[in-house]
Design a protein around this ligand. Structure first.
Ligand code: CO
Length: 210
């Protein structure tokens, strides 16, 4: 039997020792509860570990990951995470972070069948349909893929701000900012797409369920 997984348990023991050495009250403090400021909605891709690439520590970021960092309105798992993060934990920032070279997004660009996942990719294909004029005009396939990744994040940010959870938070003047970012697997840099939405005061249109 392949036993490489045992290494993970060894790593865990070493990590515990290190944490206690750096900060003797680390675990005691976390036992008291969590009050993260951030909700991360990212891709499941193993190359994009949310806390590692943002330098956040346990207790600082609540996160939800799925294939291609999607905000799907009928996804109970995503909605439950969002509701808990916004209504109970009162996070101040929601970050939708995609990544260049995302297998889910690139698969949605092709006409191949992948099985069950095609049903999930359907949502991403819709994003292509909304932006096909811009995307089809990009001759280079890699460039087109990169832009598609960005547009997918922007669409998820819009879908997020249209959820009743976010709308209600803004209606109650709860401070809540939504950001769209893309991580580059090539160099580790995160790009801010500049699609930040803050609150109803700044953007009167956010109340509309457009
Ligand atoms: Co991905």
């Amino acid at each position: 039997m392949e036993k490489s997984y045992l290494q993970l348990l060894e790593n865990n023991k070493a990590w515990v020792v290190q944490q206690k050495y750096n900060d003797p009250d680390f675990f005691k403090r976390l036992t008291l509860g969590q009050s993260p400021q951030y909700l991360w909605i990212g891709c499941s891709d193993s190359r994009v570990p949310a806390s590692q690439i943002t330098g956040t520590r346990p207790g600082e970021m609540f996160d939800h990951r799925n294939i291609a960092n999607m905000v799907v309105h009928s996804d109970m798992s995503m909605l439950s995470v969002l509701s808990y993060a916004v209504e109970i934990l009162k996070v101040k920032h929601i970050i939708v972070c995609g990544h260049y070279g995302c297998g889910g997004v690139l698969a949605a660009m092709s006409n191949k069948q992948y099985g069950l996942i095609d049903n999930w990719l359907r949502h991403i294909k819709d994003v292509y349909r909304y932006h096909h004029a811009e995307l089809d005009a990009i001759a280079d396939e890699e460039e087109r893929g990169r832009r598609f990744v960005e547009l997918n994040v922007i669409e998820q940010v819009h879908d997020l701000r249209k959820t009743s959870i976010v709308q209600n938070a803004w209606k109650n003047e709860q401070p809540l900012h939504i950001h769209g970012w893309v991580y580059d697997v090539k160099d580790g840099i995160i790009k801010d797409l500049g699609t930040t939405f803050t609150c109803a005061k700044d953007l009167h249109t956010v109340y509309q369920f457009d």
